[in-house]
Write a protein that binds this ligand. Sequence first.
Ligand code: AKG
Ligand code: FE2
Length: 615
Amino acid sequence: MSKRTAGAGYEYANSFDEDRYVNTTTTTSDANFDAKKTKLTLQTNSAPPPTPLGFGPPAPPKPPTDAEIYAEQLRQEANPNGTRTSTRVKRITTSRFPGLTKLFFSETPSTDKRLRKVHSNPNVYVIDNFLTKIELDHIAARCDLDIPIQTDYSQEIIMKEEEHEQTVLLETTTVEPTLETSVQPTPTDHTQQHPPAPSPSPHPPPPPTQQIPRQQPQHVMKLDEPFGKPEPAGPALLPLAQPNLQSEQPVPVVPVVPIVAQPIPIAQPQMQSFATQPPAPLSQPQPQQTQEPYPLQTGQPLLAPAEPQPVKVKKPRKMKQKKAAPPDEFGLRLAAALNASPIKSIAIRPGNTDGGAVAGAAVATTTDTTTSATTTTTTKPTPTPIIPQTPLPPPPLQPITQFYVLGSPPKPPTLPKPPSTEPLTSPYLQGGGVKTGSPVKKNKKFKKSYTDDSTTLTRNAEDTNRTSTFTYFTKMEDSKIAALEEKAASFCGTTIERVEPLQVVKYNPGQFFGAHHDTGVLFDDGSVEFPKNPPRRVCTFFVYLNDVPLDSGGSTRFPLLKDSDGKVLEVQPVKGSAVLWSNITKEGDVDPLTVHEGVAITRGKKYGMNIWITD
Ligand SMILES: O=C(O)CCC(=O)C(=O)O
Ligand SMILES: [Fe+2]
């Protein structure tokens, strides 16, 4: 008797639980298998067709191949006396799944309006709109699926990411401006608020002025440093907002301008400003910088590029210059952040850099709140005033670019984007004990299925029964995935720990997943071997992530489930809906009737997701 398929669990075994479906054939003879197998009872009244699942006749005997000889060796090693090594199959204790039992085996039909019963023995349901649009988009974004995003959710993700980076940037660059005006000293002691950076910063702050006592070297936050870092309370940024701010009172929420929208006087005024100050090695003006700002990779330039203005630059004093250091990662990240598409504004709650709070306080105000970070930092008239496109309100703060320019080398040849796989500790995802991660990270790779080939007894042969590919989310990978696991669990009256890591599947034209059983090994005679021990897939939610037209194949087909007319049950993919069935019987044995297949799709793509509940 040959094994038809290792079941959908094989690849899962590889990635999650090595011992699960592996290699039962090498320790148990076919006779033992037969004894253990649950026999298939065909549901139809008529005599079963000779090959109910489309199986062919057994392969004619062949001389043993190398693989067979090897497999025999393995058998001998595993079981030298020829005694049976397998333990008895444990039934699933269905009483441990009251919700599931109620759903699938109750005499009383479920009153849950969301469930649409499409077969009664065993019970198979369809749940329309099982996924929300946001969940769909989230999965599509994370797995880079070729399906249109329905909501502006991804934009929201990007915004949050940008906010995150901007916030970090601001925290990183809370450099005291070189104010020589009547700034009211803040009552807050900044020295205490910002402990010195543990290691020397690659971007030292500008040198201190005499007028205003400076802060200690600011806390330089690494971009991958998580939010929620304990930060003493107090309006940390307020003093920067003072000099020209027209609002009567310093407000705790400071709108921040789109950096990219500025025709920013990054270099020149700054140069002026710092040229008057005691020299510091890295803050020396560099001629190139006065002409061209530190170039960003793509997108909008920091300086208005269109009309070159006559630039009169006071020649900086000739000084021995340190060779510019190569761009470090921090500089690149800053550049990337500055180069990000414009966000309207973000709010900073002084004294609270907790990620959640910052995210929660994110305010999309207006784009016309423009300011210049560097113009606030000097009172000296600049030789080349930058003419803004619109009259600017008095610029309050943000010495972002100042710090950036000073610390950055001139004109690096290229600016590679930060690697997309780098985990971001986005505040947007934090909370609830859920792992964090970037929702825009597209690191999922779809893999083929490999299995033990029962005919050639080859290990890890490409699975001929399954040409579609799959990938996984990790368990509770992010808050949305965790919520989805939770939703599936509660549908079955169970809890999240019984939900396997979610598996996303992809079918290109011509690809299919042949007849199989989700919890056991299906044999050519239609019998299914039940795994001996938990975790076993008690029930399956198969969720459709896109629509597949009726004439394009791609259905989920249950060859043994027929209606009274003998018509086989097939479920056509409808985006967001799910088909739900039990893989076990009321008695807790494997239910061979729930053999199913993913019919080949003839054109377009099919995306789905398995949510398996285990015992
Ligand atoms: O693609 C389908 O319709 C079914 C897929 C399936 O059964 C599985 O992935 O286990
Ligand atoms: Fe399946």
